[in-house]
Each structure stands twice: as structure tokens, then as C-alpha cells.
Write a protein that binds this ligand. Structure first.
Ligand SMILES: NC(=O)c1ccc[n+]([C@@H]2O[C@H](COP(=O)([O-])OP(=O)(O)OC[C@H]3O[C@@H](n4cnc5c(N)ncnc54)[C@H](OP(=O)(O)O)[C@@H]3O)[C@@H](O)[C@H]2O)c1
Ligand SMILES: *[C@@H]1O[C@H](CO)[C@@H](O)[C@H](O)[C@H]1NC(C)=O
Ligand SMILES: *[C@@H]1O[C@H](CO)[C@@H](O)[C@H](O)[C@H]1NC(C)=O
Ligand SMILES: *[C@@H]1O[C@H](CO)[C@@H](O)[C@H](O)[C@H]1NC(C)=O
Length: 331
């Protein structure tokens, strides 16, 4: 015991000497393929029309790993895989092990042909400077060539390509994003390997209880994107339903737990069994968003938060509405 505590004091001393605090490592969940997935990820999408700068995402990923994030969510389409890769390489050179990190990336819509999947993943791996990703997702069920014409390739063919990528060891686990329940069922009905993960929009305005129950029955983990929904005035679209960050009911819950309102929104997703993917480029926000595993919401608080569900989608991608594999409700 005595030896242990002096090691502990030494570690604290070293950390303080560098002006860094001790990281709070995010806990993990099991995937049905037996692998562990960290229960919260850093998002890295800069938004629709934002042209990536030289290093803002690299900086954010470095701060996140230093704070204790172990899971980074990225995609070929975000055009910043190179920045994620540079931050990961730097942290590995500083002593973080590759096996401790969980890197997720996604196949873009232009590469849905079965034989296009492995080359697309190799391109992402080259951008990331990695030998493998932990999780590879089909970004959307909707195919579209770079010249904007639709690609009607069956996503079952695309899924065959994903299985090949896994067999080659280029992706340790495979999954889908923005698929609906019928589309996942179709993969299963054809006797193909079951996706480990479904990544979809989940937030206070779009809680998707039926889809979550389906995934729980199938033992498919859900990663929740746009976890803050319309919480921030700067991001909420005109007419988006409440709550905003200053909503009195949320402020009261946050005060009771000595947490911020964004942390309450993330904790609620954790309690729904969802892996939230908060994105931030701001150091102080990155450092608070993952501190949501040291408290619990009461049943009453969860009921208050459940009542904000409006089935309101922040990212409907209406431009793909007339594609046969458009996944969302058409109204
Ligand atoms: N699979 C898909 O199709 C898909 C679609 C959308 C998103 N995603 C993934 O999910 C991630 C998250 O979604 P998102 O980027 O749409 O939205 P989000 O994470 O819900 O919101 C990001 C916004 O919230 C701000 N923010 C973060 N933490 C905050 C805090 N504690 N206090 C105040 N403001 C805070 C950020 O500002 P700053 O950055 O300025 O700090 C940013 O403007 C994406 O980055 C991406 O990785 C996947
Ligand atoms: C992305 O673009 C769509 C229109 O194509 C728009 O409705 C939406 O608000 C944009 N989202 C962001 C986060 O900029
Ligand atoms: C768009 O690209 C696809 C795939 O390369 C090609 O088959 C198709 O003919 C192109 N369509 C147009 C209108 O250029
Ligand atoms: C409340 O949270 C802040 C920020 O995490 C922390 O510094 C402070 O010690 C906490 N206060 C109490 C009473 O727990």
C-alpha cells in the first residue's frame, strides 16, 4: 500500500510539473463481436460548408486524448482524417498505446460498389497514418457518384465489401450509419454478418425509442450523433423545438448535480445506452464533455428529459429524399 501511494504521489507530481491534469479515462462497453468500445467519442465534423483549416481538428484531438477520450469519430467525407492521424501519431509518440485508442471512420457514398470498399478504406488508412481502424461504418445507405448522379448499388453489396475489409484486418469491427430498422433487418434476413454499431442522430429532440429498443434486442450498439441537437442558440435552426441551454428545467437539473447543461444532455444519452459523439474545437468544452460518468440522473429527471422528444431531425438530408434508399420518414 505504502509503495502504491508513493507511486501515486510521484505521478501527481509529474503531471503537475507539466501543468497537465490527470486524465479521466472514458469507460468502455462491449460490442457483440467481443471487442470493447469507449462509451463516448469526440466528433470531428466541421459542418456542411466549412473548409477545414490546417490544424484545428488536430489540436482538438490532442486535447481530447490528453483529457482521457479514447474514441475519435471521423469520416473520409469530413476531409480531416489527416489531422486526426497527426494527433494520434503525436499521442502515440508520447506514450499512449494504439490498442488503447478506438478510431472510427466511414465509407463515403461515392464508393458503394463492393469492390470499391477496400480501396476506399485503404485511402482512409493512408490519410490517418494507421494500419487498421477500430470501426468502419457505411456513412449512408444512399449511393451517389462524385458527379452527383445517384448510384443505385444495393447496400447489401456494399456490406459484402465491408465484411471483406474486416476479413483483411483493415477494420476490427464494422457497422452502419443512418440505416433504418428495415435496412438493418434486410442485412440480417440475408444471413450476412450483423453490424456491431448503428450511428444515428440522437438528442433531446430526437430520442428514437423504438429504434433504440430494436438495437438493444439485436445487441447492436448505438452511437448518437449531433448529441446536443438544438441546445445552443448559435446552432439551432429557426423553428427548432426547445430546450435551449438556458431552459430552467435543465439548469435546475444541472445545478443539482454540479454539472453543466451540455453535460446533462450527454449523460441522458449515456443512460439511454447510447454512445454520444460530442464535437468541439474548444479546449474547455472538450475537457468537460467527457466528464459524464461520475453521476446518475434520477427517474424524475429522466422523465423531464424524455418529455423534450419531438421526433425533430436536425440532419434530414432532404437532398437525397428521392433516392430509393433514403432512410428517414418522408414528410
Ligand atoms: N454519421 C453521420 O452521418 C453524422 C452526422 C452528423 C454528425 N456526426 C458525428 O457526430 C459529431 C457530433 O455532431 P455535430 O458536430 O453535428 O454536433 P454536436 O456535437 O451536437 O454540436 C457541436 C457544437 O456544439 C458546440 N459545443 C460542444 N460542446 C459544447 C459545450 N460544452 N458548451 C457549449 N457548446 C458546445 C460546438 O462548438 P465548438 O466546436 O465551437 O466548441 C459545436 O458548435 C460530428 O462531429 C460527427 O463526428 C455523424
Ligand atoms: C447543412 O445544409 C443543409 C442544407 O443542405 C441545411 O439545412 C443545414 O442547416 C446545414 N447544417 C449545418 C450544420 O450547417
Ligand atoms: C457519373 O459518374 C458515373 C460513375 O463514374 C458514370 O457511370 C455516369 O455515367 C456519370 N454520369 C454523368 C451524367 O456524367
Ligand atoms: C463542482 O464542479 C466543479 C467543476 O468540475 C468542481 O471544481 C467543484 O469542486 C465542484 N463542487 C462541488 C461542491 O462538488
Amino acid at each position: 500500500m505504502k509503495g502504491l501511494s508513493s507511486v501515486f504521489v510521484l505521478v501527481i507530481t509529474i503531471f503537475s510539473a507539466y501543468g497537465a491534469s490527470i486524465p479521466t479515462i472514458v469507460p468502455t462497453l462491449k460490442l457483440h463481436d467481443g471487442r470493447d468500445i469507449p462509451a463516448l467519442a469526440l466528433g470531428t465534423w466541421l459542418g456542411n460548408n466549412t473548409k477545414p483549416g490546417a490544424s484545428e481538428v488536430e489540436q482538438a484531438v490532442s486535447w481530447a486524448i490528453a483529457a482521457g477520450y479514447r474514441h475519435i469519430d471521423t469520416a473520409f467525407a469530413y476531409r480531416i482524417e489527416d489531422q486526426v492521424g497527426r494527433a494520434v501519431a503525436k499521442k502515440i509518440s508520447e506514450g499512449v498505446k494504439r490498442e488503447e485508442l478506438f478510431i472510427t471512420t466511414k465509407l463515403w457514398n461515392s464508393e458503394h460498389a463492393r469492390e470499391a470498399v477496400v480501396p476506399a478504406l485503404r485511402q482512409s488508412l493512408s490519410n490517418l497514418g494507421l494500419e487498421y481502424v477500430d470501426l468502419y461504418l457505411i456513412h449512408w445507405p444512399v449511393g451517389q457518384f462524385l458527379n452527383q448522379t445517384y448510384d443505385y448499388t444495393d447496400y447489401l453489396d456494399t456490406w459484402h465489401g465491408m465484411v471483406e475489409a474486416k476479413t483483411l484486418g483493415l477494420a476490427k469491427s464494422i457497422g452502419v450509419s443512418n440505416f433504418n430498422q428495415q435496412q438493418i433487418d434486410r442485412i440480417l434476413e440475408h444471413g450476412l454478418e450483423k453490424p456491431t454499431v448503428l450511428q444515428v442522430e440522437i438528442n433531446l429532440n430526437l430520442q428514437q425509442p423504438d429504434l433504440l429498443a430494436y438495437c438493444a434486442r439485436q445487441d447492436i450498439r448505438v452511437m448518437g450523433y449531433t448529441p446536443f441537437g438544438s441546445l445552443f442558440y448559435s446552432k439551432a435552426q429557426p423553428g427548432a423545438p426547445p430546450p435551449r441551454v438556458d431552459d430552467p428545467a435543465l439548469v435546475e437539473i444541472a445545478k443539482r448535480h454540479n454539472k453543466t447543461v451540455p453535460q446533462i444532455a450527454l449523460r441522458y444519452l449515456v443512460e439511454l445506452g447510447v454512445i454520444p459523439i460530442p464535437k468541439s474545437l474548444t479546449k474547455s468544452r472538450i475537457e468537460q464533455n467527457h466528464l459524464v460518468f461520475d453521476f446518475q440522473l434520477t427517474e424524475q429527471e429522466k422523465a423531464t428529459l424524455k418529455a423534450f422528444d419531438r421526433n425533430y431531425r436536425t440532419i434530414p438530408q432532404l437532398k437525397w429524399l428521392d433516392h430509393p434508399y433514403y432512410p428517414f420518414e418522408k414528410n
